[in-house]
Design a protein around this ligand. Structure first.
Ligand code: SF4
Length: 377
């Protein structure tokens, strides 16, 4: 089995991640790098503090640049120039929404985070897993249509393997939920000995311990959203117009030569993005793929790639939809970004943005005032 991977022009390769293994979900042109930190213990925030720490001048500078950006009163999705969100954006939001916003406002800090060894090691482990069952073919792309074409071709070829009962890894999924286009990459889909379809997500960790409940909650959201997206695709609930509407791509635009050659290699004769969309939806009409029965998260220790534990996630549709509604309401400008609650202030200790975080400052002031009031009683 082969999977194409956008090679050159990574600025065109939005959402095509995999510049660092399982990173396809983040938009590389929006956040600097398409790194899936959630899959690399990013939420643990390891113990590495990046450049904001202890540099007052830099912090003041960052503060005024953030202020300027906030004077832009477009909704966050437009302000950050996002045509879509990655599922890991949502998962990170579940950890701390304010942190996600700072990451987008200060993409150079986000890039530094993506360069830390803990993130790179996680990406390497993902890539090694993928290469166990499929080859990665580098493809040079020339346009956004090429980038999305590669994603669609990968999806189509993997669906065919899945239909014959094989296991697939790094399956791209996408679709509209809560009015926002979401893009994700499923680590693995495979059938178990009872014929049930299992969705597996790999999380690598810097310590040989299972994550705390707060972190696991964000992962539960991630795998549950993957299930929703995947099932909407195979049930034909995603349509051509939705994709074109959100991604603003030109259906008549011809693919670059390498994309056309890759399509031919997997048995498809298609030259344009619109042609490929038609082919995808036609294929899906005649494809019988079951829905996902089981969601599993495997935690793996980075130092020796040993398995720390495996968690079976109970899919609670009502809960996922409620969470999605809440997180998406921020992107649609229906509410302000929220930082962590005081009970979860421990998350701030290792946050790269702790020095400039206004939410944290406000919460600290509120706590101090409350303490003083209690003392006066
Ligand atoms: Fe969130 Fe705390 Fe970081 Fe602020 S300092 S962004 S509240 S984790």
């Amino acid at each position: 089995m082969q999977q194409a991977r956008c090679q050159k022009g990574t600025e065109l390769c939005e959402g095509d991640d995999h510049t660092l293994s399982k990173s396809s979900e983040s938009e590389s042109d929006q956040t600097g790098h398409g790194t899936d930190k959630a899959a690399c213990s990013g939420h643990e925030q390891s113990s590495i503090q990046l450049s904001l720490s202890g540099n007052r001048t830099d912090s003041q500078c960052e503060g005024s640049s953030i202020k300027r950006r906030r004077q832009d009163n477009r909704i966050p999705l437009e302000r950050f120039d996002r045509k879509y969100l990655s599922v890991t954006d949502l998962s990170r939001q579940a950890w701390c929404e304010q942190q996600v916003v700072y990451g987008m406002e200060l993409p150079h800090i986000q890039q530094l985070r993506d360069e830390v060894p803990v993130v790179k090691t996680g990406s390497s482990i993902h890539l090694a897993r993928e290469l166990e069952i499929q080859d990665v073919v580098p493809i040079n792309i020339e346009s956004q249509e090429d980038s999305w074409g590669v994603k669609l071709l990968n999806f189509l070829s993997m669906i065919q393997f899945l239909q014959t009962g094989e296991c697939v890894r790094e399956l791209p999924v996408f679709g509209e939920l809560e009015g926002i286009f979401l893009v994700g990459v499923i680590d693995e889909l495979c059938y178990n000995s009872s014929g049930e379809l299992e969705l597996h997500e790999l999380k690598t960790r810097g310590q040989p311990t299972l994550p705390r409940a707060a972190q696991r909650k964000s992962y539960h959201l991630q795998v549950s959203v993957y299930k929703l997206l995947f099932e909407a695709m195979i049930k034909g609930q995603l349509n051509k117009d939705t994709i074109i509407h959100h991604l603003h791509l030109q259906t008549e635009r011809s693919f670059g030569s390498e994309v056309i050659a890759y399509a031919q290699k997997i048995g498809l004769s298609v030259n344009t993005f619109g042609g490929l969309l038609d082919l995808i939806f036609l294929n899906l009409m005649y494809t019988e793929i079951p829905t996902v029965d089981i969601l599993k998260i495997e935690y793996c220790y980075q130092a020796d790639a040993s398995v720390i534990g495996t968690e079976v996630v109970c899919f609670e549709e009502e809960w996922v939809k409620k969470e999605l509604k809440y997180y998406c309401s921020f992107w649609k400008g229906q509410r302000e970004a929220k930082g962590v609650d005081i009970e979860e202030a421990w998350k701030c200790r290792t946050c790269d943005f702790a020095d400039i975080c206004q939410w944290r400052k406000k919460k600290a002031e509120e706590a101090a005032e409350k303490n003083q009031a209690n003392h006066r009683k």
